[in-house]
Ligand binder design. Structure first.
Ligand SMILES: Cc1ncc(COP(=O)(O)O)c(C=O)c1O
Length: 394
């Protein structure tokens, strides 16, 4: 017993030290009740396998489904895995040549110049670079609310910019008119996530393009296209078109979603050459992707077959989730991403906690006067684990 307590204490301390983190609330409850530490706020830094290890089993129930961070459980492609293995031998060298090649591949595919592309270890660091740059001089960032808040929240919390939040429309989409009205002489950036996380909604493409054409004359626009690969025709929907027309628009992409690279860390950003030059100093000048990850990214970039297969599996799991929600009498916001938002009829954090105790990680939100759960799309096995837990508490 004493040993158990000591191990718990050790685990608690080591997780907090490793920064597991920003989740003290979960661990504060450890003593009272065995608890999944990291799932309910989406900052999960442990792999399922680690959580399943016996040491963790002492404080957490077995995790059955990690549906809290919009990862792609179908993982990286075979070609990407092979490229990683092959890259290991030469990984004592800086990966200059592959970084160059990857950026060239992106420029060619997207029809932009090489000096319009910058790479990052995921898109998170690129969003952070923009948060730092556009906060200089104390500007304000206009975004929807709720949206993926990393960029505007960092700008506000760490770099003292002002965050102007514009509520979504009644159908949970970006309110472009209201966003335009919210811009003033102090605005340094408009941040727009399309498809939007956490709602999974998209904005009418023509309206968004017209918005960018008009608004980018006044202020730069940052379009976060993390989930664009889940759309039926990403190439027709991307706002890289606006960049190509010379507009002051920056587009960020990540391999963390459909490519299945969340832990490999690959992303990129496309913008006007002068804007890329300004942002470069804040994002390691594009050299932060590891040799193994950049080799994998080159292999995955044009692997249409793998991406299509992942998309089909995601959509199948998503349809299953919809059917479960309908069967239980729940509404949901139809989603264009690999996650679904639905209103719950209890405190949303309590809902997430109850799910976590049943081994299923989801996220909670409060907005538009409702309590919401966001569930990421997993494998069918994970969706069934969600179903089982959900039926117990719905
Ligand atoms: C909209 C959006 N943008 C950016 C990111 C950051 O992703 P990454 O840093 O893994 O590329 C995420 C992660 O979930 C996201 O949802």
């Amino acid at each position: 017993m004493a040993t158990n307590i000591n191990r718990r204490e050790w685990l608690k301390t080591s997780l907090l030290v490793t920064g597991a983190l920003a989740i003290p609330s979960a661990f504060q409850k450890v003593d009272a009740k065995p608890y999944l530490p990291l799932v309910s706020n989406g900052s999960n830094v442990l792999s399922d396998a680690e959580i399943e290890q016996s040491i963790l089993a002492e404080v957490a129930p077995v995790i059955k489904a990690r549906l809290s961070a919009n990862e792609n459980p179908f993982g990286p492609s075979k070609k990407a895995k092979k490229a990683i293995v092959e890259a290991i031998d030469n990984s004592y060298r800086y990966a200059f040549a592959n970084l160059q090649q990857f950026a060239d591949n992106i420029a060619t595919k997207e029809g932009v110049n090489r000096n319009q592309v910058i790479l990052g270890a995921g898109s998170g660091p690129l969003l952070l670079a923009a948060a730092i740059y556009f906060s200089k001089g104390g500007g304000s960032i206009v975004s929807a609310d709720p949206t993926y808040n990393s960029l505007p929240r960092d700008a506000e919390k760490s770099f003292t910019a002002k965050w102007v939040k514009v509520p979504l429309t009644a159908d949970y989409k970006h309110d472009l008119d209201a966003m335009e009205k919210a811009i003033d002489s102090n605005t340094s950036l408009v941040y727009l996530c399309n498809p939007n996380n956490p709602t999974g909604t998209i904005v009418d493409n023509n309206k968004l393009k017209a918005f960018c054409e008009r608004v980018s004359k006044r202020v730069p626009i940052f379009i976060d296209e993390a989930y664009i690969d889940y759309l039926p025709d990403p190439e027709a929907t991307t706002l890289i078109d606006c960049v190509k027309k010379g507009q002051n628009v920056i587009v960020a992409r990540t391999f963390s979603k459909l490519h299945g690279f969340a832990g490999l860390r690959v992303g990129y950003m496309i913008g006007q050459p002068d804007m890329i030059t300004k942002l470069e100093p804040y994002c390691s000048r594009g050299g932060s992707i590891s040799a193994t990850s950049v080799a994998a990214a080159i292999a995955s970039y044009n692997d249409k077959e793998h991406l299509q297969a992942a998309l089909i599996k995601t959509n199948k799991s998503k349809e299953y989730l919809y059917s479960v929600l309908k069967q239980q009498g729940y509404d949901y916001i139809p989603s264009w991403g690999n996650f679904v938002m639905f209103p719950v009829n209890m405190d949303a954090q309590r809902f997430a906690d109850e799910m976590a105790q049943r081994g299923v990680g989801v996220r909670s939100w409060k907005f538009a006067g409702k309590e919401w759960c966001r569930v990421s799309i997993g494998t069918m096995k994970e969706m069934k684990a969600f179903e089982e837990a959900f039926k117990q508490i719905s």
